[in-house]
Ligand binder design. Structure first.
Ligand code: HEM
Length: 519
């Protein structure tokens, strides 16, 4: 080059550099910068930045996704370990706090406030049911409409139908005894609770208890429970799945069949009822469905969509929870001769005639039966998921001010396994509930029986659940002896948190041989 010629000027300004890049490279750089900014914000500037917990959980919800989706419902277990490490209050996702403190449970799930509940709408793909309603005020009015139907009096009006189902169950037990075949209780219980809840909600049932294999919603609930974790991370997934024709979903996941049939049926039943048709075939005075329709709820809360969602979630809530509690109680009572003998002796004393109908009030007066149920309920948790609330004002816990609008959760199983309250908490010990027991520091033990939740959103079905538990266990342990067949404790312990606790996926269920008692 001629030394006199000035060298070409290289314009190295950032803008010109950027303009020289391909569009793909620009998008990639923008993506990286955005995420670096997000990470920086979540770690240092976010209102939850100062809360303890693993940095990865603070930075991305993929941390949660790893435990929930890839490891199949293991985040609640991991959260417990994180509490061991970081203390009672931790940040478990970028925007969520978790507290482990049994003594704070009742204060947190208060009876006087109606906080929002974020997240379950995405998990279930619906915010229309009472369980998944986000807004606290909407929830209050929807729950008020259902309340009368779940009262003790309503359950007593319905008890003759319940007793008929228990009789059908006894007939099925006799069949298995006559054939000397093992009866699968883990299959029979959801069929029983499924028939009951269908009668209670709609006024008819699918006779699942009479089905030779106890075909019920159980398999579907256990197999597709994991979908909720996917939907939590990717909320678009459920609307997408709903758009797929049922025939394809059934081909991909045959276990979903009964649930899809139920969804179609109840959509149809809701539609027919809205048109004024009578779908009720049983002799119940009223169904939950009629209760909602005649309530003072605004019309938008009586839409086809909302009612269908309500039905689906109430049925979901009523089937697996009670059935799992029944499985836990049955397994441990059968597996522990001391418990069986004591319970059976109490039942014989109360009902000397083996074939006589079992009176609910008398069953309720038996302290040991009640203790057996309390212990099973404690170990069944109702829900294994963390249960979030969002307050519109800041509140203080353990020296931390939790900003308004933060989703904060606690988990029932953490209370059930608090060793300072329930020593040897993995063991089934009904005796711990006898004689008005207290904790070491003098608090009544039943304050810590939180399996039905607490506060304004606690279980609506508690009266129905207790009645089912009394009648079913009373009948079984008054009239029969059982022998476990190839079952062990892992058939009734949570293997996966799929919102509800689900046992290890290769469990064959609690199977038993049955013999009628002679006394
Ligand atoms: C052993 C049996 C049961 C257990 C342990 C149980 C547990 C629970 C728990 C922990 C909640 C609280 C959710 C929250 O705090 O957000 C709940 C809510 C609910 N449960 Fe149950 N449940 C049982 C049986 C039933 C039955 C038989 C029904 C009946 C149909 C039912 C219907 C409901 C409904 C509708 C809700 C939502 C209440 C609301 O959001 O206001 N449950 N249940």
């Amino acid at each position: 080059m001629d030394p006199g010629t000035p060298s070409p000027r290289i314009d190295a300004s950032p803008l010109s550099l950027l303009l020289s890049l391909s569009p793909t490279a620009i998008v990639a750089i923008a993506f990286v910068l955005y995420n670096l900014g997000l990470i920086f914000h979540r770690l240092f500037l976010h209102p939850l930045a100062k809360f303890p917990g693993p940095k990865l959980a603070a930075v991305t919800s993929l941390y949660e996704a790893y435990y929930e989706i890839l490891l199949k419902g293991q985040y609640s277990r991991k959260i417990s370990q994180l509490h061991d490490k970081y203390g009672p209050i931790i940040r478990v996702t970028p925007n969520e706090i978790h507290i482990r403190d049994s003594r704070f449970f009742e204060t947190f799930y208060t009876k006087t406030q109606h906080p929002n509940k974020d997240g379950w709408d995405n998990r279930f793909g619906s915010e229309h049911s009472v369980l998944t309603t986000v807004n606290g005020a909407f929830h209050k009015r929807r729950r008020a409409a259902l309340n009368p139907m779940f009262s003790r009096r309503s359950i007593l009006n319905f008890i003759h139908i319940l007793e008929r189902h228990i009789d059908t169950f006894a007939t099925r037990i006799n069949e298995f005894e006559a054939r000397k075949e093992p009866l699968n209780l883990s299959h029979a219980f959801p069929a029983l609770t499924g028939d009951i809840i269908m009668d209670y909600f709609f006024g008819f049932n699918y006779a699942q208890l009479k089905n030779p294999e106890f075909e019920s919603f159980h398999e579907a609930f256990s197999k597709i429970g994991a979908t909720g974790h996917l939907a939590t991370q990717f909320p678009a997934i459920l609307p997408l799945m709903n758009a797929i024709p049922d025939s394809i979903t059934e081909w991909l996941q045959p276990a979903a069949k009964p649930l899809l049939k139920f969804k179609r049926d109840q959509w149809d039943v809701v539609g027919r009822t809205l048109k004024g048709e009578n779908v009720k075939t049983n002799d119940a005075k009223k169904t939950i469905f009629q209760e909602i329709l005649t309530s003072r709820l605004p019309d938008e809360d009586k839409s086809h969509r909302r009612l269908a969602d309500e039905a689906q979630i109430v049925v979901g809530g009523g089937v697996e929870t009670t059935a799992f509690t029944l499985s836990i109680a049955s397994f441990h009572i059968i597996n522990t001769p001391r418990i069986y003998e004591r319970l059976h002796a109490d039942l014989v004393a109360a009902f000397p005639n083996r074939a006589a109908p079992l009176d609910l009030v008398k069953l309720e007066s038996l302290p040991y039966l009640k203790a057996c149920i309390m212990e099973a309920a404690r170990m069944s948790y109702g829900l294994s998921a963390r249960n979030p609330r969002t307050h519109d004002k800041p509140f203080t816990y353990g020296g931390y001010v939790i900003p308004a609008g933060t989703s904060v959760g606690m988990t029932i199983s953490e209370v059930s396994h608090d060793e300072s309250i329930f020593p040897d908490s993995r063991a089934y010990i009904p005796e711990r509930w006898l004689d008005e027991p207290k904790t070491r520091d003098g608090v009544p033990l039943d304050k810590f029986m939180v399996s039905f939740g607490r506060g304004t959103r606690s279980c609506l079905g508690i009266n129905l659940a207790w009645t089912e538990l009394y009648l079913t266990l009373g009948m079984m342990f008054r009239r029969y002896t059982f022998e476990l067949f190839e079952a062990d404790v892992t058939d009734v312990e949570m293997g996966h948190d799929f919102f509800i606790p689900v046992v290890r996926t290769d469990s064959k269920g609690v199977r038993v041989f049955v013999t009628s008692t002679t006394n």
